[in-house]
Design a protein around this ligand. Structure first.
Ligand code: FES
Length: 217
């Protein structure tokens, strides 16, 4: 009789619009009272004397549900707090080009993406300019891929346009970039010349804020 009343009471709480949301917590405290708070639904423990297996599963499920709700809420609340890395990930970065020697390529990170900054030699610039653009898989003149008056600086997002590997700089038959994953070859303008990549390496948004400093982003 007592068990039937309890079951009836639980059914009422579970379906009541006001108390339904609190049911998991009540079930958890009931589990505490009955010494079952540390038993999970995966436990193979038998129900204690005087309690049916159905009660045991019912209470254990309630306790797990309470933990589950708290667990689900935490990441939600946590996501609402912007953290420093998120702010930093979206912020523009400034790069001093002074230490980058001619012929040298450096790699920096912007928004967690690798960026190549290539201080091109005179020969590399000429090679990039003296190309029959109409024959390229992704036709683009070199002038569209550098800033006017700064031909020596090539700034690229270092992510292969095939499947996203990071190419190697100063590699391949065009003295540009080579992606070892499936053999895509880019020239010193970052244009695709051979291999499966369909597009040129992308350019990040950037500007020269002085002759020797750029802001990316
Ligand atoms: S990911 Fe670069 S060639 Fe496939």
């Amino acid at each position: 009789m007592r068990r039937r009343q309890a079951a009836s009471c639980r059914g009422h709480i579970q379906s009541h619009p006001k108390w339904g949301a609190s049911f998991a917590a009540l079930a958890a405290s009931e589990a505490d009272r009955k010494g079952l708070a540390h038993v999970t639904a995966m436990s193979s423990a038998e129900p204690s004397p005087g309690h049916s297996r159905r009660d045991f599963l019912y209470i254990a499920t309630g306790a797990v549900a309470a933990v589950g709700v708290a667990g689900a809420l935490w990441p939600l609340i946590s996501q609402m707090n912007p953290d420093a890395s998120t702010i930093a990930a979206g912020a523009p970065i400034e790069v001093d080009l002074t230490p980058v020697a001619e012929g040298q390529v450096i790699k920096v990170f912007w928004r967690s993406k690798p960026i190549f900054i290539n201080h091109r030699t005179k020969k590399q610039i000429e090679d990039a300019q003296n190309v029959n653009v109409s024959k390229l898989p992704d036709p683009q003149p070199d002038s569209a891929r550098v800033k006017a008056g700064h031909d020596q600086w090539q700034v690229l997002i270092a992510i292969c346009t095939h499947l996203g590997c990071i190419p190697l700089a100063d590699q391949g038959p065009y003295d540009g970039y080579f992606c070892p994953c499936h053999g895509s070859v880019y020239d010193t303008s970052g244009r695709i010349r051979q291999g499966p990549a369909p597009l040129n390496l992308a350019l990040p948004p950037y500007e020269f804020i002085s002759d020797s400093k750029i802001r990316i982003g």
